[in-house]
Design a protein around this ligand. Structure first.
Ligand code: ADQ
Length: 470
């Protein structure tokens, strides 16, 4: 049987009890059944990094492999090219892109190192599933080194429009790197349409009536596979968790997001201020609890968000708060998953204001955690990938504080019957397309692709573009 090899920036920890939801829960059973291995990078100490071979360890369910990188390599590959260039550009934030001369080269160097180390481990009969923006060029590098395996890719973040894509240093290489895969999985139809346009305009690909893309003499499939959570497990966890203390019986709005500019946290607070301005009858009765664990703090754009949030939180509390009432609480910490599930369940509104987001699992977690007899209401940004499947939420435009304020007012006044109907429709879809559906469907499609004729393909060298193809 073909082995399944999953490759991502970070590999799971050795102890399965620290698997906190997400991808590892989705993939561990499949990996166990297919003699699987999960390989990722790891930041090591400069002096203790010896030969560049992947270190393997056995978990009870599957093998894990780590490639140690020096701090300088992590700086250019992860913090630099991946998170100061690709992340902002793919989230359409060119204003936050920070291009340093060594980043692209540093990224290429690390991926070459990774490809060399992988060549000692991978076999032609393997099915290789590579994840996310950090690693797009990996399949092509492996093919250039002669590996004829089946290559799948899943992009967790959104795909920008063609012009924005072209602003990325190394965009032509990135485009041909995409074309080396057999199946590219994306979160949404929106992303599928954008990537097809990029391949057509930048790599001269042709869209076939079958929906496949033809590039040179090979065909490539691009489809959307909306990622999700383990719905059954999370609903159970939420139902079991005791009601957290809510001393004043206030109406609680919950936001849970990594501290990231793509999540629209300042827009959320602007919307909440507008809601308070327009609804004085809610004074003392409503509270916004924002949980925002810091991430990528070494990147300048991330360090600034906390300052902005602190400023807005302080100004709302200063303008509206009283001795007995704090309108906004912001907590910069991670919570254990079961505690988070309990907080969602006992919050009357869940709010997601992403300005651009691949999917947004928080939206799915909030709905899953609700009590079906007395569910809360989800406010969901139209720019989160989740909005394609979750139209029964109250869909908002995060750029317009009035849109957020109006939806909050609607949520506060919504009848039990309407809340139940909306929740029922959302939950039914979530149960059908959960994280196990996601991995099963993707891997089934990848298996179909493995029988086709792409195995000897190496992406052509890109030609420098002067204008977009018409
Ligand atoms: P993220 O940008 O990290 O993921 P998201 O999908 O919302 O965004 O996932 C965040 C996860 O972190 C959720 O499971 C959430 O519960 C958890 N989390 C957030 N704050 C937490 C806290 N304080 N304590 C504990 N857990 C916390 C990227 C893409 C998304 C895409 C996912 C999966 O940006 O668009 O949905 O990958 O593909």
């Amino acid at each position: 049987m073909s082995r399944l090899i999953v490759i991502s920036n970070r590999a799971p920890a050795l102890d399965p009890s620290s698997d906190a939801g997400g991808l590892v829960v989705a993939l561990r059973d499949v990996l166990a059944k297919q003699n699987g291995i999960w390989i990722g990078t790891n930041e090591g100490e400069e002096q203790s990094i010896g030969n560049r071979e992947i270190r393997f360890h056995d978990r009870p369910d599957f093998r894990v492999g780590y490639l140690d990188l020096t701090p300088a390599e992590v700086q250019s590959y992860y913090l630099g090219y991946s998170n100061s260039i690709l992340w902002p550009a793919f989230h359409s934030r060119l204003d936050l892109m920070q291009v340093e001369p060594g980043y692209l080269e540093g990224h290429q160097k690390v991926l070459s190192l990774f490809a060399d180390a992988l060549m000692k481990v991978l076999q032609p009969s393997d099915t290789v599933w590579i994840h996310d923006y950090h690693l797009v060029p990996l399949a092509n590098l492996l093919k250039q080194r002669g590996l004829q395996a089946t290559f799948g890719f899943f992009l967790h973040i959104p795909v920008p429009d063609v012009q924005t894509f072209l602003s990325v240093p190394g965009s032509e290489n990135l485009c041909s790197a995409f074309s080396a895969y057999d199946l590219i999985g994306l979160q949404t139809q929106r992303d599928t349409a954008n990537l097809r346009l990029i391949l057509q305009n930048v790599c001269h690909a042709e869209l076939l009536p079958s929906g496949k893309m033809k590039i040179a003499d090979r065909k490539l499939s691009i489809k959307s596979y909306p990622i999700s959570i383990d719905v059954e497990e999370f609903a159970d966890t939420a139902a079991k968790h005791p009601k957290p203390e809510n001393k004043d019986g206030q109406f609680r709005i919950i936001g849970v997001d990594r501290l990231d500019y793509s999540k629209g946290l300042t827009h959320r607070l602007d919307g909440f201020r507008t809601f308070l301005d327009r609804n004085p009858d809610m004074y003392g009765k409503v509270n916004l609890l924002q949980i925002a664990p810091p991430s990528r703090t070494e990147v300048t754009a991330y360090a600034e968000i906390r300052e902005q949030l602190d400023g807005l939180t302080g100004s709302i509390n200063g303008d509206f708060g009283t001795v007995d009432w704090v309108p906004v609480q912001t907590i910069y910490k991670s919570f254990p998953r079961d505690e988070l599930a309990g907080i969602y369940r006992h919050s009357q509104v869940g709010i997601v204001t992403s300005l651009f987001d691949g999917m947004n699992l928080v939206a799915k977690e909030y709905v899953t955690a609700q009590d079906p007899e007395n569910p809360g209401v989800l406010l969901l940004s139209q720019f989160a990938g989740a909005a394609e499947q979750m139209q029964e939420a109250l869909i908002i435009n995060p750029h317009d504080p009035v849109s957020i304020s109006d939806a909050l007012a609607k949520a506060v006044n919504m009848t039990l019957q309407e809340r139940q109907e909306r929740h029922d429709a959302l939950f039914t879809k979530l149960k059908r397309n959960d994280i196990h559906w996601w991995s099963r469907t993707y891997l089934k499609d990848l298996k179909k692709e493995s029988n086709n004729l792409n195995l000897h393909y190496v992406a052509p060298k890109p030609t420098k573009l002067t204008a977009l193809a018409s």
